[in-house]
Ligand binder design. Structure first.
Ligand code: HEM
Length: 340
């Protein structure tokens, strides 16, 4: 009988033939087992798993561990894999663009803060040092300076988008209000940052801005005093502007952006006004009748300008359901062009 020598990796996973165990002279089967232990292929797989994929497995375990505690997958899905309405277009990227520029301002700001000195005597020279001597200093300063203007432009465009698409309406009013605070804070960032180079232009421009603030009604003079940090412009004014510019206002903006995004994810985004919302699946007029109206009357009722023929239009956020005030319209004469 010919001696069968198993070649590693060549042997197919077949059931051992009778007599094979005796043939290799040690009583073991040719796949390296004595019958009840793991097969050779299983052993190889185990070794591979322990060596080749060791790093991958460790990374997976770590991410699983973290995910179980912070629900990263849930947050990721809610933020980036959420469903968006039909007709969503490039205008909807404006909010994210503002967020991107804000992050860029935060990063470049940290680098500038490493070299900037907020002192009346040294501020200007530290800015010159950043521009002329620090490696890539002029570039980083340019990014921060132009980024500030870009952020203002983008934030106004984003606000215009939400206004013209009617996204400020119920139930998103709170997000609009948060947005208004964000735009004010962004302008405060512009104002406080402008003084920091402490050259002639920034000094006098800030004095003008401060005087304008002081002319505001009721709170104006107090606000101007607070910003000036006293009755006159002084070294303390610069420190105050610096603290506001790099700690207080960015912190507020960061927190408000988080609340803003939370509401965007919770409420979803508004469809463009030219997209007609479909009738919600399974909705019947009976589901849309306000409490207290008998079903019989409901079928006769005019909803959103349509007679009660079972055809009910609902705005995409359900805001235009008839209310107690609109009930009266149901009893009045049919509107122009409406079949009674
Ligand atoms: C730092 C400033 C801001 C950031 C980072 C920001 C970010 C965002 C993002 C990422 C979205 C979702 C995507 C989109 O619609 O673009 C959004 C939606 C929204 N934003 Fe802003 N936003 C800011 C300022 C504002 C301002 C100034 C307003 C208005 C006064 C505003 C009002 C809204 C509203 C109402 C929505 C909901 C849009 C919808 O439902 O379609 N946001 N924002």
């Amino acid at each position: 009988m010919a001696l069968k020598i198993p070649i590693p990796g060549r042997k197919k996973e077949t059931a051992p033939e009778p007599g094979d165990g005796a043939a290799n002279g040690n009583g073991a089967s040719p796949n390296g087992t004595n019958g009840d232990g793991p097969t050779r292929a299983e052993k190889v797989a185990k070794v591979k798993e322990a060596t080749v994929h060791h790093g991958t497995a460790a990374a997976k375990n770590t991410t699983d561990w973290l995910d179980e505690r912070v629900n990263g997958t849930g947050i990721y899905t809610a933020m980036l894999s959420r469903k968006v309405p039909k007709g969503t277009n490039w205008f909807y990227t404006l909010g994210s663009s503002v967020m991107f520029i804000f992050s860029m301002q935060a990063i470049t700001g940290v680098f500038l803060a490493m070299y900037y000195t907020p002192s009346a005597t040294e501020a200007y020279s530290s800015i010159s040092h950043i521009t002329n001597e620090v490696f890539l200093g002029e570039f980083v300063r340019g990014l921060h300076k132009w980024g500030a203007s870009l952020m203002i432009i983008l934030i106004f465009l984003h606000m215009a988008r939400t206004f013209f698409f009617g996204a400020y309406k119920y139930p998103r009013e709170l997000n609009w209000v948060i947005g208004v605070v964000l735009i004010v804070l962004t302008m405060v960032m512009g104002l406080t940052g402008y003084l920091l180079p402490f050259d002639q232009r920034s000094f006098w421009a800030t004095i003008v801005a401060n005087n304008i603030t002081a002319s505001g009604p009721v709170l104006g003079p107090y606000l101007a005093d607070f910003l000036r940090a006293g009755p006159d412009f002084s070294a303390t004014t610069l420190s105050r502007f610096y603290a506001l510019h790099m700690l207080v206002v960015p912190g507020l903006i960061g927190g408000l952006i988080a609340a803003h995004l939370f509401l965007v994810v919770k409420l979803g985004t508004t469809a463009p006004p030219w997209i007609k919302a479909p009738r919600p699946k399974g909705s019947r007029p009976s589901e849309l009748v306000p409490a207290g109206v008998p079903m019989v009357d409901a079928t006769e009722m005019s909803l959103n300008g349509h007679s009660g023929n079972g055809h009910v239009e609902v705005s995409e956020n359900g805001a235009s359901l008839p209310t107690a005030e609109t009930d009266g319209a149901a009893e009045g004469p049919p509107s122009e062009g409406e079949a009674s």
